[in-house]
Design a binder for this molecule. Structure first.
Ligand code: PXG
Length: 442
């Protein structure tokens, strides 16, 4: 039990909290002081069932012994080592382990410290790859409406969440966006992959025709869009994107920051949909969220295109002080061991039918206008309160916290993505808890 229980911080003002209603929070703080497996402990001692794996990252559950021990040991042995012009062994071990897990052909890994850094790294690799191949005119990047690719300038440029973009000037130039794939009139209450909307991928043809393929470097999409409220790709949509990219020599980037490491019941979404991208961004689950880390996977051909010129020269002018930080690498190895021993990267597939049935039992409850699910991801969309968008879902979040479980909300959508160790009983507890919340809020 945490020794910080019941110890209230004396002043909350200095910490400008990220993606938070700071004033609301500081009037009524929700403090977490400890965590174990499927639960957080709040500062008043209450146990909270974690319905969101922290922020979609704690895939093996909290404070898992292998990970904790790996970090402890590494911190006492090699705390920090530069990765520029030097190396340390477990970075290479981790890269090999990751490549073994990844779809065939994704043979190289570039380490970052977050999803946002993975995305900006992937976009830079795509641009530099074309240039290295003598195709420097390919400078355009294509994202998608409602896409979330982190908060750095590259990521918000290709991203499509208006609130994350509108305050920040001109962003990257030469960016265009595909339409999002949310078609509630046709697909509401679909179980799993929706039937309608594959034709939305053909919009890529239109965009490519407008700009000419010779100017387009890459397309980036989340295979399943998470932050915008769980948008599951229509049947055949990702395959179609792959075909159009191949036809025009455009790189396809899957942002697997959320879908990577077992979230859909397969190691990656690329496995689930049987569509292999050229570059794959990951973070979160790579280290079970415990130490910041990200990893960008690239195909051999892309990596090899950089390996030219005099051998004493740096091939790619990019990297972070903390790329392949030893403690982060140790945490990631501990996470991969835990995933393997407990079969967690495929456990979601076994639980998905139970999860789906439980979620869809919420159809007909107050305010519910859609339920969506895939793997161990679920969303319940609520009818917004007229004139007060987001207010109803925020009330649900607060009520859930008070009732003993954690959900995430975005707009008026409730998103859930529990640790992959969740039991069937805990799925029932979470969904019944949410049922109670929906019945209790206005
Ligand atoms: N890409 C995707 C697809 C993501 O979901 C990022 C990039 C950025 O990762 P970092 O590590 O820079 O935050 C993300 C992050 C939510 C939520 O509740 C989602 C994210 C982060 C925080 C909250 O939807 N996704």
């Amino acid at each position: 039990m945490s020794n910080r229980l019941n110890v209230a911080p004396n002043d909350l003002s200095a910490f400008w909290m990220p993606f938070t209603a700071n004033r609301q929070f500081k009037q009524a703080p929700r403090m977490l002081v400890a965590a174990k497996d499927m639960h957080y402990t709040a500062s008043d001692g209450r146990q909270l069932l974690d319905g969101t794996a922290g922020l979609w990252c704690v895939n093996a559950g909290h404070c898992r012994p292998k990970i904790t021990e790996a970090i402890r040991q590494q911190a006492g042995e090699l705390d920090y080592a530069p990765a520029f012009q030097m190396g340390h062994p477990i970075a290479f071990e981790l890269a090999n382990r990751l490549v073994d897990l990844a779809p065939d052909g994704m043979d190289h890994v570039f380490f970052t410290n977050s999803g946002s850094e993975s995305v900006d790294t992937a976009l830079k690799i795509a641009l530099a790859y074309h240039r290295a191949k003598g195709n420097g005119s390919r400078f355009r990047l294509i994202g998608r409406e409602r896409g979330y690719h982190g908060v750095n300038f590259g990521g918000i440029s290709v991203g499509g969440i208006v609130a994350n973009r509108k305050m920040f000037g001109t962003l990257l130039t030469g960016v265009d966006h595909l339409p999002h794939t949310h078609l509630p009139a046709k697909n509401a209450f679909t179980r799993g992959v929706p039937e309608h909307g594959a034709e939305l991928a053909d919009e890529l043809e239109r965009i490519v025709t407008l700009h000419d393929a010779s100017t387009v470097a890459a397309v980036i999409v989340e295979p399943v869009a998470g932050s915008t409220g769980v948008l599951i790709p229509p049947k055949g949509y990702l395959k179609r994107l792959r075909e159009i990219c191949d036809k025009h020599g455009i790189l396809l980037i899957f942002d697997e920051v959320i879908t990577g490491f077992g979230r859909l019941g397969t190691p990656f979404a690329a496995d689930y949909f049987d569509v292999v991208p050229d570059i794959m961004t990951t973070a979160k689950g790579v280290s079970n969220g415990v130490i910041p880390m990200g990893a960008v996977f690239v195909k051999k051909e892309i990596h090899d295109a950089f390996m030219t010129g005099p051998e004493h020269l740096i091939e790619f002018f990019h990297g972070y002080t903390y790329s392949a930080n030893p403690i982060a690498c140790a945490a990631a190895l501990g996470a991969l061991d835990t995933y393997k021993e407990e079969g967690l990267l495929t456990r979601g597939a076994e639980l998905a039918p139970v999860w789906e049935d439980a979620l869809h039992s919420l159809r007909g409850e107050p305010h519910v206008i859609d339920v969506r699910n895939i793997g161990l991801v679920g969303a319940v969309e609520l009818e917004p309160i007229a004139g007060h968008p987001t207010k109803r879902a925020f009330s649900a979040f607060i009520k859930a916290f008070e009732s003993g479980f954690m959900i995430r909300t975005t707009g008026d959508i409730i998103a859930m993505s529990p640790p992959l160790i969740i039991s069937k009983e805990q799925i029932a507890e979470l969904i019944d808890g949410l049922r109670g919340v929906l019945r209790a809020i206005d």
